[in-house]
Write a new protein. Structure first.
Length: 242
């Protein structure tokens, strides 16, 4: 079935890897056979890959546009999707992740991209997504506080919290991360502290309060009322790492 594209003046799109730009007038383009096509607004540049969800979108996009090298991009997709689903508990988001993964496994990359875009309409702000992740993990920590260290609910809560911080540290090491060098270093240091202190919690029954307090500090920085990211001070690293 032919694909009809209505293009604005100057609008760009990619077709089978080639970048095409419309002229100075609105145009309707009809593609008669199968081709890999993305509009300019659907294309993510490498320097824009700065959030966990965008790190899922980018390799899917590359598999769609560069099918011959899909295995290389699939490994990156699998890694990023695994990192994301390890710290998400929202049933709707998890269901979408499963659907996206199934489409990728079938080679239906464009449908996977569309599923991602539909989800992003509901969770458009990356800061909001990260806030929700911290809220979910922190709530689990609070609810499991006081439970025996052998209780599966406590084990799951501290494990998911450590995985979330580990994923943040990996993001900070990524070349496309746009946070300041000072803030990235602080987050990596906090991630290392969280990992070590989590072991202390499980081994020596240390208080879980410090883990909860650090998460709350991060949530304050991510909260919707803080519109200017640059005004947020780097989180304070606990004394063990100061």
């Amino acid at each position: 079935m032919p694909l009809k594209l209505s293009l604005k003046p100057g609008e760009k799109f990619v077709i089978n890897g080639a970048v095409v730009a419309n002229g100075d007038k609105r145009t309707t383009l009809v593609v008669q056979n199968q081709a890999a096509i993305l509009r300019e607004k659907e294309i993510l540049q490498i320097e824009e890959v700065t959030t966990p969800t965008r790190r899922i979108y980018f390799p899917i996009m590359m598999m769609y546009l560069d099918a011959e090298n899909h295995e290389t991009y699939y490994d990156e997709f699998a890694l990023r999707m695994t990192e994301f689903t390890q710290v998400v508990t929202n049933p709707e988001v998890l269901a979408t992740c499963v659907m996206i993964s199934k489409e990728v496994m079938r080679g239906e990359y464009y449908r996977a991209l569309k599923a991602y875009q539909q989800t992003q309409k509901k969770f458009a702000n990356p800061r909001d997504t990260e806030y929700r992740l911290f809220a979910q993990v922190t709530s689990a920590l609070i609810n499991s506080k006081g439970l025996p260290r052998t209780d599966q609910r406590l084990i799951s809560a501290v494990t998911r919290n450590r995985e979330l911080w580990s994923a943040l540290a990996v993001d900070c090491a990524h070349e496309g991360n746009q946070l300041t060098k000072e803030l990235r270093a602080s987050i990596v240091s906090l991630s290392l502290w969280v990992s070590r202190y989590t072991s202390t919690v499980m081994r020596d029954k240390a208080d879980m309060g410090p883990l909860i307090d650090i998460n709350r500090t991060i949530m304050e920085g991510l909260a919707p009322r803080n519109e200017t990211a640059g005004s947020v001070a780097p989180p304070v690293v606990p004394g063990a790492l100061a």
